[in-house]
Design a protein around this ligand. Structure first.
Ligand code: DC
Length: 206
C-alpha cells in the first residue's frame, strides 16, 4: 500500500499540498494535526488546561473520525493548545493507533512525525518549510478570513513559540527524515509546490 508522508512546519503549505495530492492521485488523506487539535478542543470545552495530562489522555482515547470535522479546530486558540497537548508522550501514544490504522490501507498523511515515527517505511517522504515571516503572513490572512482579529506580530510570536515546542519536545519532535525531499515554499505559489511534489512522487512511484 502506497504511503506519502508529508511533514513540515506550521503554515508551510503542507495541508494545502496534502489535499491537492490526495485529489490528484485519488488517495485517502489524513491531516494528523487535527487529531491533536481535537484533543485540545475537547479539553477547552470541558475547561481543562492542555497541561492536564489525565484529561488529555482521556480526550485522546475518545477521538473519533467525526471529531476531525469540528469547524472550531481551525481557530488560533485551538492551534496553540494543540501544540501543548502534542508534547505529552502519552497523548501521542493514544493517537498512534488511529494514524497507523489509517496508513495501513495506504494514503497521504501530513503532520510532524509521519516520515520519522508513524510511517518510517513510507514510499515518499516530503518535508515542507518556509521562512517564518511568510508562514505568519499566510496564517494571519487565514485567521482574518475566519473573522479572528489578531495582529501580525502576535501571529508571528505564537508561530515561533509553536515551532520551538514542536522541534524541541522529547517525544517525536519535528525533524527532517533522512530520505525526505525538502521543499521550501517561501517563494512558491501553491501550484508551484504541487507541481514540484508531483514530479518527485511520479519519479519515485508512478
Ligand atoms: O498541523 P497543525 O498545525 O494542525 O498541528 C497542530 C499541532 O499538533 C502542532 O503544533 C504540532 C502537533 N502535531 C504533532 O505533534 N504531530 C503531528 N503528526 C501533527 C501535529
Amino acid at each position: 500500500m502506497t504511503v506519502i508522508a508529508i511533514d513540515g512546519t506550521f503554515a508551510s503549505g503542507k495541508g494545502t499540498l496534502g489535499k491537492r495530492l490526495a485529489s490528484h492521485y485519488k488517495m485517502p488523506y489524513l491531516d494528523t494535526g487535527k487529531l491533536y487539535r481535537a484533543v485540545a478542543y475537547k479539553l477547552m470545552e470541558t475547561k481543562n488546561s492542555p497541561e492536564n495530562l489525565v484529561e488529555a489522555i482521556n480526550a485522546a482515547k475518545e477521538i473519533k473520525p467525526e471529531d476531525l470535522k469540528i469547524p472550531e479546530l481551525k481557530s488560533g486558540n485551538v492551534a496553540v493548545n494543540a501544540s501543548k497537548v502534542a508534547a505529552h508522550v502519552e497523548v501521542r501514544k493514544e493517537l498512534l493507533k488511529f494514524q497507523k490504522d489509517f496508513a495501513k490501507k495506504g494514503g497521504i498523511l501530513d503532520g510532524r512525525d509521519i516520515g520519522t515515527v508513524i510511517c518510517p517505511d513510507a514510499e515518499v517522504k516530503l518535508f515542507i518549510d518556509a521562512k517564518s515571516e511568510i508562514r505568519a503572513h499566510r496564517r494571519h490572512l487565514e485567521l482574518n478570513a475566519n473573522q479572528e482579529s489578531i495582529s501580525f506580530e502576535t501571529v508571528l510570536k505564537q508561530l515561533t513559540e509553536r515551532d520551538t515546542r514542536d522541534m524541541n519536545r522529547k517525544n517525536a519532535p519535528l525533524k527532517i527524515a533522512a530520505t525526505a525531499h525538502i521543499i521550501d515554499t517561501t517563494d512558491m505559489t501553491a501550484n508551484d509546490v504541487f507541481e514540484n511534489a508531483r514530479e518527485i512522487i511520479d519519479s519515485i512511484i508512478f
